[in-house]
Design a binder for this molecule. Sequence first.
Ligand code: FE2
Ligand code: FE2
Length: 192
Amino acid sequence: MPTTTQSPARKTATRTPSRDAIVLLKADHAEVKKMYKEYEKLVDGDADAATRGALATRICHALTAHATAEEELFYPAAREALTDEEMVDHADVEHACAKELITQIEGMHPDDSHYDAKVVVLCEYVAHHVKEEENELFPACRSSRKMDLKDLGARIAERKAEVLATLAAEHPGHAAGNGTRKVAPAARRTPA
Ligand SMILES: [Fe+2]
Ligand SMILES: [Fe+2]
């Protein structure tokens, strides 16, 4: 007699659902904001170079992975969906400025002059950029209804993971914050 198969294995075989691209990117923004607040506390508490360097590297890596995925995947899709590309042009320029600061920070030792100032200014600058994305670009993209945000979310998650893995391999000692980090040009893309 045929049996109805309500196998419990069905549940375990379920793939991790892909997240909407905008939800995913906003979660990244929140994560960086949180790390920025932590960094400010470290500076206020005169934390040592290793501790500050490790967190600054995490911030730089998170921003690099996020920016790379936006530039390669989200922004091109936004250009196709929106009639006015000015917002995306603006975002590209802001990314270029942020990446210049990231490059400088990654070439420095945490005890170098202006190191903390650069990390703080980078985070403040990114906060401004994030506000524009969340208040203008993302709502315009969503209301256009021309972007497959689920598919884009899956591809963004995949690309971010690749970039983070590359950066981790290039900076195996970054957790020690030993100030010997080098710039990783392969993972940095210049905005079009
Ligand atoms: Fe961005
Ligand atoms: Fe963003």
